[in-house]
Design a protein around this ligand. Structure first.
Ligand code: KIV
Length: 274
């Protein structure tokens, strides 16, 4: 008879997100873009993996997330899905895949869930633009993670990666947007580049978890971008980022050693030959 999964091995669901907030337990979310790192990130015990459209800047070499398409996201999220057993997987919906109409949002988010097998979608924007869309998605059976503060798909209208809600008016607007998104049925909200005291007010104002990136300690959870945390993108160092490894020099050094061995004839030696 197959072993029964231990309680901690069972897949994380959106209900666990609500439960964690209720219990005051932090949520840990990390991005991943392929099956290899999806598996490693999952095995490290995170609660959720976001297949972020940050794939555009972190992996694909674009200078913004705007060129990322739904086909790209489906490709990457399907790969992550194949590597992950436990973490909740959220697919980031890319620019133009959900903003034009509620119908296109439902069809594109539905396609993303259907073709990748992941559980939830993330969409950018506050309740003033997204209320009806989030409501329609949740009614269709698609769990939605919202995203307010700095929203990278609006980088051109915002005028750069700027902290949002520094003034009281902006802070109150963000609190209102968060409340509206909760009412619309979102199961969580990413807060990006929001002053820590404002994040604390938002977090206290809503019953769903807030997941911060550059949004201070008092969010209910944190998310970071995998290649940044691992120090693979060694030219990118925003204030909020803490690197937990310095892998770029290690990668250059390992490949450099191998190249030297190939050129000198030291590889492959007898041990590595048939
Ligand atoms: O695309 C992404 O990785 C994100 C996170 C930074 C929240 O949206």
């Amino acid at each position: 008879m197959a072993d029964k999964p231990k309680p901690d091995d069972r897949p994380i669901t959106v209900r666990d997100f609500a439960e964690r907030k209720r219990k005051g337990e932090k949520l840990v979310v990390m991005t991943a873009y392929d099956a290899l790192f999806g598996r490693l990130v999952d095995e490290s015990g995170v609660d959720a993996i976001l297949v972020g459209d940050s794939v555009g800047t972190a992996v694909m070499g674009y200078t913004s997330t705007l060129p990322v398409t739904l086909d790209h996201m489906i490709y990457h999220a399907s790969a992550v899905r194949r590597g992950v057993k436990r973490a909740l997987i959220i697919i980031d919906m890319p620019f133009l895949s959900y903003q034009a109409s509620i119908e296109s949002a439902v069809l594109n988010c539905g396609r993303a869930i259907q073709e990748t097998g992941v559980t939830a979608v993330k969409v950018e924007g506050g309740s003033s633009e997204m209320l009806d869309t989030v409501h329609a998605l949740v009614r269709t059976g698609i769990p939605v993670m919202a995203h307010i503060g700095f929203t990278p798909q609006s980088v051109n209208t915002i005028g750069g990666a700027r902290v949002q809600g520094r003034e009281e008016e902006g802070a109150e607007r963000l609190i209102g947007e968060a409340k509206g998104l909760e009412e619309a049925g979102a199961f969580g909200i990413v807060l990006e580049l929001v002053p820590a005291p404002v994040s604390a007010r938002i977090t206290a104002a809503v019953g769903i978890p807030t997941i911060g990136i550059g949004a201070g300690l008092q969010c209910d959870g944190q998310v970071l971008v995998l290649p940044d945390v691992l120090g693979l993108n060694d030219t990118f160092k925003p204030k909020f980022l803490k690197r937990y490894a310095e892998m770029a020099p290690e990668v250059r050094s390992a490949i450099g050693s191998w190249a030297r061995d190939v050129r000198s004839g030291a590889y492959p030696d007898a041990e590595h030959s048939f």
